[in-house]
Design a protein around this ligand. Structure first.
Ligand SMILES: C[S@@+](CC[C@H](N)C(=O)[O-])C[C@H]1O[C@@H](n2cnc3c(N)ncnc32)[C@H](O)[C@@H]1O
Length: 210
């Protein structure tokens, strides 16, 4: 495993214990978005960076879900939420930037929420290539990410928060996930929209048929 991921793996071994409590103020907002993010997905679905499993209960019954995460401690938390899912769920410990156990061209959908803002910048291209590899031609992806605002007041607040977010979650507002997706020739970004301010960015797209 890449050293940069090792740091996050160690971080989440600790963060997992208080993740849901710490995240609660934000989760009040996120839980309004989560059902929308997965409501129309069906078939073979891969959720990358499943965390404590906050999206699990919203997947429709027509989904066969493989949910991966780097952290065994986070997966343990997610396993408690599997009972609330209406679809079949397999939890797998796997690195999103190098999905060795995940076969190529086998998923209809790839979903992730707040994963790429945690992935180090140096691994973004690799992670995006993996999305392209595991999706079937015509398969779709939908990612919710957090980024720096262009509004000075919001940006100042983010700058204040940045050291905390980096230390606890390993996350940054400076990842350029959208650009990495747009640069991958196998992927087409079909829609982007902000769910709140110019910070919470929902990115949708498709694996080209080539
Ligand atoms: C900020 S949390 C988001 C969790 C969840 N998706 C949510 O919406 O609440 C980021 C998650 O990504 C996982 N993660 C970090 N790096 C990863 C990697 N390289 N591969 C897979 N998962 C990773 C962490 O262990 C953590 O569970």
């Amino acid at each position: 495993m890449h050293d940069l991921n090792l740091v996050n793996q160690k971080r989440y071994a600790v963060t997992a214990w208080f993740y849901d409590i710490l995240d609660f103020p934000w989760e009040v907002q996120y839980r309004k978005w989560r059902p929308e993010i997965v409501r129309d997905v069906c078939g073979e679905v891969l959720e990358s960076g499943v965390g404590t499993g906050r999206n699990l209960k919203f997947y429709p019954a027509c989904v066969n879900l493989t949910a991966i995460d780097l952290s065994a401690a986070m997966l343990k938390k997610a396993s408690r939420r599997c009972a609330k899912a209406s679809c079949a769920v397999q939890l797998v410990r796997e690195d999103a930037s190098q999905m060795q156990s995940i076969p190529s061209q086998s998923y209809d959908w790839l979903i992730s929420t707040f994963l790429c803002c945690v992935l180090p910048s140096a691994l973004q291209d690799q992670a995006v290539s993996e999305i392209a590899r595991v999706l079937k031609p015509g398969g779709k992806f939908r990612l919710l990410e957090i980024k720096y605002s262009d509004i000075p007041e919001l940006r100042r607040r983010q700058d204040l928060f940045a050291p905390f977010v980096r230390k606890i979650y390993g996350a940054g507002f400076d990842r350029r996930t959208l650009a990495h997706l747009q640069n991958n020739p196998k992927l087409e970004v079909t829609r982007t929209r902000y769910l709140k301010d110019d910070v919470y960015l929902l990115i949708e797209g498709v694996r080209r048929r080539m």
